[in-house]
Design a protein around this ligand. Structure first.
Ligand code: ZN
Length: 346
């Protein structure tokens, strides 16, 4: 795998080309330094609580007025949704303070930004998005915020999957793609923090390497356990089409009641078609999602005489302190849930 050193060298919201939003022009590395200075200056004026700050509270300007903020304040990162925020927090450690615009159990497809979100972006030193058309609302929000922060498209460089002609944005459901996300995040943080805080670069690189290893280890473990599952047992149904990257990576036959987005209604004809398919084929289980109303899937399962195999986490973490509150825990939970549903004799 080749690693792009400069995560900002390509059109930053390249993924938006496949979606309805207009792409934001790339910002050169020179722009990072300027925006960093601006973001750090703003940090002094307004310390914002965040996931990372909650774990490792930074000293507030009020307590340490004499310290130079450029050396002490964590880089303020705004990530579009909770999974990305977790990845940035893991790689950045105490060098970053991360905020997720779309939080746990919330649906990024149906997100409506609030004025506070624009304010977060205006104060950010780095904005991290998934791209691939996932955040249809982000370009307008970044423009409206006036933010000069660089925008990292975390998915850049992955092997893009398509559903018909439409790009499937849910690349994080592949642990292989997640390793690319990690590298993109690492490269961006090093590019921004390296010039002024070189002492933090080693720790960022080390955390990224350890995280990549953990992602690869989980992937290998799931693959070896899946090897024992015959092809006939691998038919599964989810509510929205969010698991295609996972299905491709792990050779599963996963269908969905709804398309790649949760927006829009599922038609009665689609439901009837799915129930016919479920009855005709030996589908092991249906799954509900943490971001969607489970009642549709429960109804389909009932009418098709199939079972609900549990909850899968698609586009959002679970709340802090619960079973899928980090990306790694989310992927491990999804894998365990699928493996349990595919056990012969179940
Ligand atoms: Zn989705």
């Amino acid at each position: 795998m080749t690693h792009a050193r400069n995560a900002f060298g390509t059109p930053l919201l390249a993924g938006a080309a496949s979606g309805p939003a207009e792409p934001v022009p790339p910002r050169p590395l020179a722009g990072i330094a300027a925006s960093r200075r601006r973001a750090l200056a703003l940090f002094v004026a307004c310390a914002v609580p965040s996931l990372v700050a909650a774990q490792t509270p930074a000293q507030t300007p009020a307590q340490t007025p004499a310290l130079a903020p450029a050396q002490t304040a964590p880089l303020k990162v705004v990530a579009s949704f909770s999974l990305l925020a977790d990845m940035v927090a893991v790689v950045g450690g105490d060098a970053v303070a991360v905020h997720a615009l779309v939080g746990p159990d919330a649906d990024a497809h149906a997100f409506t930004p609030a004025p506070a979100d624009a304010s977060r972006l205006a104060q950010a030193g780095l904005i991290v998005v998934n791209g691939l058309g996932f955040e249809g609302w982000i370009d307008r929000l970044v423009r409206a915020s006036g933010s000069k922060a660089p925008v990292l498209v975390a998915s850049q460089g992955i092997a893009v999957r398509r559903i018909g002609k439409v790009v499937d944005p849910h690349a994080w459901q592949s642990l292989v793609a997640a390793q690319r996300y990690t590298e993109n995040i690492r490269a961006a943080l090093v590019a921004i923090l390296g010039p002024t805080r070189p002492a933090q670069v080693g720790a960022i690189n080390a955390r990224a390497a350890a995280y990549t290893q953990a992602l690869a280890a989980l992937d290998a473990s799931v693959r070896s356990r899946l090897a024992a599952v015959p092809p006939d047992e691998r038919k599964l149904v989810t509510s929205h089409d969010a698991f295609g990257y996972m299905a491709d990576a792990w050779d599963l036959d996963m269908r969905a009641a709804q398309g790649w987005s949760t927006a829009g209604e599922v038609s009665a004809a689609d439901v009837a078609r799915l129930i016919r398919q479920l009855k005709a084929q030996r589908v092991r289980a249906l799954f509900v999602e943490n971001i969607s109303d489970p009642r549709l899937m429960e109804r389909i399962a009932r009418e098709a005489g199939a079972t609900v195999g549990g909850t899968l986490y698609s586009d959002a973490l679970s709340p802090p302190g619960t079973r899928a509150d980090t990306y790694l825990k989310l992927m491990a939970h999804n894998a365990e849930t699928l493996l349990a549903a595919m056990q012969p004799g179940r």
